[in-house]
Design a protein around this ligand. Structure first.
Ligand SMILES: [Zn+2]
Length: 296
């Protein structure tokens, strides 16, 4: 399985940083930001090595969907296997690249169907040294929310980094199938900020834009696909906005059948900030409608 990457080798020694996008095929800001980084980083000014993968899941990208044709989520399939289905093979190849790095940044968005409040996240790993480095990287990346979550979740790119003892962060920036130029710029800046934090480039640290930093040690915190499921198949109309506040028991929105005869109100299961909101109106029963960030 071939995963296309660009290598930028610095003139002097330093760490090996891996930056990936397109683990999901319908997340576009990361792909543009990583291609731009490939042109922007000057090897004569770089200490260490940069590996850039704009589209980790090419088969999914070519389909224009989150997953490749086997419908396996690459971010649930790592470390994969060399003789498996297309996503299992991609997971295997990607995991091997991750294992060669010293630091790792994985860029995402909400894809075609979701929108995510811009955030940088990491796993709350037991190793204090690695955890502190991940916090430094996430704060340096400089998106409004920094979120530490359950380190035990398996199958992710960050699970591979965790098992290899590699400090790793991921980022999210809106989605809805768009490619927001502000998101691209934020991602380019974020990666350069982390490179400066790691001593790989000289760059003035910008003023912090981090508004909230939350470490949520509860089990399965950070699992976005199991929250507030649609009660039936139909048309979802949200009554909350991304970034807004909601109380447990208050409506997130409604799901309606085709003629509008059956309208089911969906109550939020948690109180807190709406950090993920479904923006693609057709839902299947069980699909996540929203993720609420609780105050912990
Ligand atoms: Zn993703």
């Amino acid at each position: 399985m071939q995963i296309y990457s660009k290598q930028i080798l610095g003139k002097s020694d330093g760490p090996h940083l891996l930056i990936t996008g397109g683990v999901h095929g319908d997340e576009f800001e990361p792909m543009v930001a990583i291609r731009r980084l490939a042109r922007l980083v000057d090897p004569s000014q770089l200490r260490g090595r940069l590996t850039l993968i704009p589209v980790a899941n090419e088969a999914a990208f070519l389909r224009g969907t989150r997953t490749a044709e086997d419908l396996l989520d690459l971010a649930r399939t790592c470390p994969g296997r060399p003789d498996g289905s297309i996503t299992e093979r991609t997971a295997h190849a990607l995991s091997q690249i991750i294992q060669t790095s010293d630091y790792f940044i994985d860029l995402h968005t909400g894809g075609t169907i979701m929108s995510v409040l811009p955030l940088t996240g990491y796993k709350l790993v037991p190793d204090e040294g690695i955890l502190e480095m991940q916090r430094r990287m996430a704060h340096a990346f400089n998106l409004p929310l920094v979120w530490g979550t359950d380190y035990r979740l398996e199958g992710r790119t960050l699970s591979v980094a965790r098992d290899a003892g590699i400090p790793a962060i991921y980022a999210e920036y809106l989605g809805s199938g768009l490619c927001d130029p502000v998101g691209v710029e934020s991602y380019v800046d974020g990666c350069l900020n982390v490179m400066a934090e790691l001593g790989m480039i000289d760059r003035e640290r910008p003023a912090s834009r981090v508004e909230r930093a939350i470490d949520d040690f509860r089990e399965s915190a950070g699992h976005m696909q199991i929250r507030n499921p649609a009660p039936m198949t139909g048309f979802f109309e949200p009554s909350v906005r991304l970034g807004g506040e909601v109380e447990a028991g208050n409506p997130l929105g409604t799901v309606t059948d085709i003629l509008g005869d059956n309208i089911v109100e969906v109550a939020s299961r948690e109180s807190g900030t709406v950090i993920v909101l479904r923006t693609f109106s057709r839902v299947h029963a069980g699909d996540t409608l929203a993720v609420i960030l609780e105050d912990v």
